[in-house]
Design a protein around this ligand. Structure first.
Ligand SMILES: Nc1ncnc2c1ncn2[C@@H]1O[C@H](COP(=O)(O)OP(=O)(O)O[C@H]2O[C@H](CO)[C@@H](O)[C@H](O)[C@H]2O)[C@@H](O)[C@H]1O
Length: 492
């Protein structure tokens, strides 16, 4: 099967969060299974090109329609750890992907709409017919609309679209000029059954476009699939997702075995497996040295996260003082796009400066993230909502016990040491319900208590997590079933 995955991110070349991991992990698993997989990304100026081998132009003058003009684009191909990637670079005065970052620009909607158009233009011009184009999040929501409204008629009628929702908190609401930019009719498409935003009829909703025009829609865990159909977490898309129930489902994410594996990870100090867990301790020593933390018999409670309201930032800040008062150490690695949240954490960092039991690292640091997973005893994820969550799965793989709020994919992957109805060997962390300091403390207290007073039981929890299979093997089969299902009417 020929599968093209179109996305704003792919680890490790362009990663701002979990979307990057998803593309890399699923793409690699499908490639290993023998499918022809191509990832298409914008050619950002911030691409980490040292991870790309054989980068070379494959199409020099791709003239992509833009209002009544065309923008010349170059398409380059390269290998990223065995994954075939295409990078599209528009050449125009706007410098669409030369902004020093992946997201957060005032014209983000235009940038990614042009990207979608360029992807389809490339496949049309090169006469390629992927069986499936797998789109992701609002950035690529316009692609199935363009395919159906323009490119099918030009001959691209043997391609089906699977669309994955990684976060319905960001739907790509925008002014209808994005349609005009692409030669699409506003009166035809800005309607309640097509792209009109459910809460603001003047606006387009790109994610809604992706849902309406794709052949199948997934989200990244079964629990989140239910939540966005039936609760406020759908953020206005609940009726639409219920309407399209027949082509909608939740597929739990996996994590990439090769990237996230303490037995082989080149970014950690001491490699280890479930059979020689004692070697994990050298990582804790290395992390403490690197961050100027005191040594001693104390657990490290960590947070590795984008700092966004979604992630429960108020509870994360509350946890700092609670954890320190409980005689533990606290380490945070977090990146905030929102200046107000950034300022709150900068203040917290100042308050804790010089504290030998606390380190707050504000920014994005892939390498430090690996060392933290390998060193920490517990990872805290008090999310307001969480479509899947990868950090709890990564942490478990590294023998670090997750403490999570019971929402979305966290509810599907973390089973409480005390209260789960799972057999003991499947219990792997601590879970709380209430989005309050008391809720958080109820779980943290139990985890910290076990670490200090019942180390053997704590060790068993670590091992249960390490032995959980959260690889891409099973989820990739679900995606293949979906791809086959949507391609069933195509000639073989
Ligand atoms: N400051 C930092 N420095 C270094 N690394 C950092 C970092 N902050 C986060 N990371 C890394 O980014 C990834 C984050 O994974 P999450 O599942 O929390 O993703 P996110 O919320 O971005 O993605 C969305 O998409 C994913 C994929 O579908 C869903 O799992 C998730 O619920 C949804 O919100 C992990 O690999 C983590 O190690």
């Amino acid at each position: 099967m020929y599968i093209v995955m179109v996305s704003a991110e792919c680890a490790p070349v362009a990663k701002a969060g979990g979307l990057g991991d998803f593309i890399q992990g699923l793409g690699r698993e499908l490639t290993i299974q023998g499918h022809e997989v191509t990832i298409v990304l914008p050619k950002y100026d911030v691409l980490r090109t040292s991870f790309i081998q054989n980068l070379q132009p494959v199409y020099r003058d791709l003239w992509v329609p833009f209002y009544d003009r065309r923008i010349p684009c170059t398409v380059e191909s390269g290998d990223v750890d065995g994954l075939r990637c295409l990078f599209i670079e528009p050449h125009s005065p706007q410098g669409f992907f030369r902004r020093g970052r992946i997201y957060g620009e005032p014209d983000d909607m235009d940038r990614f709409a042009l990207f979608c158009r360029a992807v389809l233009e490339y496949f049309l011009m090169t006469g390629q017919h992927p069986n499936v184009i797998h789109c992701n999040d609002w950035q690529t929501g316009l692609l199935p609309v363009l395919l159906y409204e323009i490119y099918e008629r030009l001959g691209m009628n043997r391609t089906r679209v699977c669309y994955s929702l990684h976060n319905v908190g960001y739907q790509g609401q925008t002014d209808p000029h994005v349609l005009q930019m692409n030669g699409l009719e506003v009166t035809r498409l800005l309607t309640a059954d097509r792209l009109q935003d459910p809460s603001n009829p003047q606006l387009l909703n790109l994610m809604k476009g992706g849902i309406v025009f794709s052949n199948f829609v997934t989200t990244v865990s079964p629990q989140y699939a239910w939540e966005i159909q039936h609760t406020q977490q759908g953020m206005g898309l609940q009726p639409l997702l219920r309407q399209y129930d027949q082509k909608f489902g939740g597929v739990l994410n996996g994590i990439d075995d090769a990237t996230w594996n303490p037995a082989t990870d080149p970014l950690i100090t001491s490699r280890y497996t479930a059979d020689d867990l004692r070697r994990k301790a050298a990582n804790k020593t290395a992390l403490r040295r690197r961050l100027n933390l005191a040594s001693g018999l104390k657990p490290i409670v960590a947070v590795v996260s984008r700092l966004d309201r979604q992630k429960g930032v108020e509870l994360i800040r509350h946890a700092i003082d609670y954890v320190l008062a409980e005689n533990c150490q606290f380490v945070l690695l977090g990146s905030a796009l929102d200046p107000a949240i950034d300022a709150e954490f900068q203040q917290a960092k100042c308050d804790k400066l010089g504290n030998p039991n606390c380190h707050l690292e504000l920014g994005y640091d892939e390498e430090l993230a690996h060392l933290i997973y390998a060193s920490a005893d517990m990872i805290l994820i008090p999310s307001v909502y969480e479509p899947c969550g990868l950090t709890q799965m990564i942490a478990m793989k590294y023998g670090c016990v997750p403490i999570v709020r019971r929402v979305g994919g966290l509810a599907d992957t973390v089973f409480d040491a005390n209260y789960s109805d799972k057999p003991f060997e499947e219990r792997n962390g601590y879970v709380f319900d209430e989005l309050t300091p008391a809720g958080l403390e109820s779980a943290l207290k139990r985890a910290i208590g076990l670490w200090f007073h019942h180390p053997d039981h704590f060790r068993q929890l670590r091992l249960n997590g390490m032995r959980t299979d959260n690889s891409w093997r099973r989820p990739s089969q679900h995606y293949l079933d979906i791809y086959h299902h949507i391609c069933r009417d195509l000639p073989a």
